[in-house]
Design a protein. Structure first.
Length: 139
């Protein structure tokens, strides 16, 4: 299973904000911390705000923060939100798909993959918060 860059950026934003729940963080700060494009990050953040994962405060002292506690943000649900397509291969277009055992095996693998992610919250991923803050030099 390979996740998109969009999902990667969404997870990075949530992890960053989850490590700093006490304050608003500007998008530019998050982009600098990860050395990624601020323009791409703005699109991701906008989507996460619209989906209810983040709150946005406009203005000079504005920024973004988690809209709910990290313990209430399910990783599997987030991945389902950010990924458009979970087809591992193009079985839907294949003429032998109805008789092929690979389709069922891949569906089972995908369900297992998502089930594991469903067992984690953002808080679980931030278990080593101190290490996370130190690595991003934001302690």
């Amino acid at each position: 299973m390979r996740l998109t860059r969009y999902t990667d950026y969404a997870m990075r934003v949530l992890l960053y904000l989850g490590a700093r729940p006490e304050r608003l963080c500007p998008i530019a700060e998050i982009a600098r911390a990860y050395a990624i494009s601020q323009n791409h990050l703005m699109k991701v953040v906008n989507d996460l705000v619209n989906a209810g994962y983040l709150e946005s405060v406009r203005g000079r002292a504005g920024g973004v923060r988690l809209a709910r506690p990290a313990s209430e943000i399910n990783v599997g649900a987030l991945i389902r939100h950010t990924e458009d397509d979970f087809d591992l291969v193009g079985c839907g277009d294949c003429v032998i798909a109805p008789a092929c055992g690979l389709t069922g095996a891949l569906d089972e693998a995908l369900r297992a993959f998502l089930a594991v992610l469903d067992g984690y919250t953002l808080a679980d991923l931030l278990d080593k918060r101190g290490d996370f803050l130190r690595l991003l030099s934001i302690a």
